[in-house]
Design a protein around this ligand. Structure first.
Ligand code: NDP
Length: 294
């Protein structure tokens, strides 16, 4: 088997952000609306600070307004919910995102529930999760939606394909499975209690790995020619003790067998922020009675 096609998420995301910027320009010109994204960061987690900085930069680059709210680590839940209520009521804010995880004195579910579902650009509110499960018009979570875009770009029609999603979290695994079902895939979700994990993965035309365990999925688990989307982001020690990022799939061996595969970094990662900006554009259109671009 020849080496797999490498799915270039970085290039795809850059193109998507370019398309979003074009649509934002059109929205401003035709309707006088500038999409606005509010990002809340509680505390000083270094990884979260990097994400928030990147989100703000890319939001502005797309011509949208970026509102950053940095709150101290000891912020009370009441104060955070009060800020969310203010943003819910602000007509210039079309998308609200609270960077997770939040400090332990704050209940994450209460935060997610407080965000107006129409402004929930992360797609984590139960109303949006319910819409996804029942075929309604909600907002899809960014990372799984980004995976779906890469899959459709690679494979075209997904109808009838056997998809195995490894991981069942609310933010990746479950919504990913719903999106694939909507595309008429035959979907299996596997997790830490699954028996014969490798056998399940071996049956898949499409493998989505969202586990958080470095290099767990080996090349000999992959069916020849399968498409592999690696969501995992794991920091491990590389050469000379330097930290490096690896996925949940053992790239060296899997890329010898798969038909196509996403690298880590440069695969799914860049798609997440691009889809967040896309969701903000959609939310801004809907809030102003404009049909969102397809
Ligand atoms: P969670 O920890 O919430 O979920 C992990 C899932 O993997 C769980 O369902 C768990 O099963 C399952 N799992 C754990 N160990 C095993 C095992 N040995 N065999 C089979 N299944 C197992 O993680 P997330 O979904 O939040 O994230 C998954 C990965 O994706 C992480 O590396 C994260 O960093 C990355 N990620 C990347 C994003 C991006 O932008 N590219 C965005 C979000 C996440 P069980 O339910 O039984 O415990």
């Amino acid at each position: 088997m020849t080496d797999a096609k490498i799915i270039d998420g970085k290039a795809f995301a850059a193109k998507l952000r370019g398309d979003i910027a074009t649509e934002v320009t059109k929205l401003k010109a035709a309707h006088g609306v500038t999409p606005g994204l509010a990002v809340i960061l509680v505390g000083e987690d270094p990884a979260s600070q990097v994400y928030v900085r990147n989100k703000g930069k890319q939001t502005a680059e797309c011509g949208m307004n970026s509102y950053e709210h940095k709150l101290p680590v000891d912020t009370s839940q009441d104060d955070l919910l009060a800020l969310i209520a203010k943003l819910n009521a602000d007509p210039n804010v079309h998308g609200i995102l609270c960077q997770l995880p939040v400090p332990k004195q704050i209940d994450e579910n209460a935060v997610l529930a407080a965000i107006d579902p129409a402004k929930d650009v992360d797609g984590f509110h139960v109303v949006n999760a319910g819409a996804l499960a029942t075929g309604g018009d909600g907002i899809a979570p960014c990372t799984p939606y980004g995976c779906l875009m890469l899959l459709k770009d690679t494979l075209g029609d997904l109808s009838g394909k056997r998809a195995v999603v490894v991981g069942r979290s609310n933010i990746v695994g479950k919504p990913m499975a719903q999106l694939l079902l909507k595309e008429n895939c035959t979907v299996t979700i596997v997790h830490s209690r699954t028996r014969d994990l490798a056998d399940e993965v071996r049956r898949a035309d499409i493998v989505i790995a969202a586990v958080g365990r470095p290099n767990m999925i080996k090349g000999d688990w992959i069916a020849p020619g399968a498409t592999v989307i690696d969501v995992g982001i794991n920091r491990v020690e590389g050469a000379e003790g330097k930290m490096k990022l690896v996925g949940d799939v053992e790239f060296e061996t899997a890329s010898k067998v798969a038909g196509a595969i996403t690298p880590v970094p440069g695969g799914v990662g860049p798609m997440t922020i691009a889809c967040l900006l896309n969701n903000t554009l959609i939310a801004a259109c809907r809030a102003n009675g404009v049909t969102p671009p397809s």
